[in-house]
Design a protein around this ligand. Sequence first.
Ligand SMILES: N[C@@H](CCC(=O)N[C@@H](CS)C(=O)NCC(=O)O)C(=O)O
Length: 212
Amino acid sequence: MKLFVANKNYSSWSFRPWLALRVKNISFDEVFVPFDMPNGNPEFAKFSPTNKVPVLQDGDLTVWESLAILEYLADRFPSAGLWPGGTADRAMARSVASEMHTGFLALRSECPMNMRREHKALQVSDGVHRDVRRITEIWRDCLDRSGGPFLFGGFTNADAMFGPVVNRLAIYRLSDDPAVRSYSESMTSLPAWNEWQEAGRAEPWIVEEDEA
Ligand SMILES: N[C@@H](CCC(=O)N[C@@H](CS)C(=O)NCC(=O)O)C(=O)O
């Protein structure tokens, strides 16, 4: 099984399935293809139907879109616990993962993931503050229900989807809420988190449009 990813410093969508695979100890070959901004890397067309990453190849099968990859992994590795066990928790986990996949546009556009950036506040729009309030509400509700340390107790696809958000809230100093602090500590303490972050920090490329 191969996972195609781009720059670890910046590629938030690549980070999600990569994190899930690593946390769950699922073996895969990483294929790293760096961005080539501003026109896009023509190499992406060789493996990606959308010219975007991440892409998962499993034998003859190609799966694209981060959330579809996470769903596929949950199907393919049922004992990995990529979704929570109970029906209600699973429905809720899928709801928050989908909300992340389609939402929080202000946060995503104004505050790019950046593993290398020093933690420093940024002037942001009301839309970003609204997104942060909603994210905080989701994390607080999930942690209260599950008892933590991850949104549904153990690490699931919902946590993989919110991984890059943990980075954004920290580096732009967007929240000092206790639920955010405790969840961020759980996520950033994962060995897989540190592996990705160190690799991102060591990369030579600067993508100007992602340097807020
Ligand atoms: N909705 C897609 C988004 C994928 C995406 O936008 N990937 C970015 C990297 S984080 C990309 O490949 N950008 C390259 C480009 O647009 O040229 C998903 O969830 O996988």
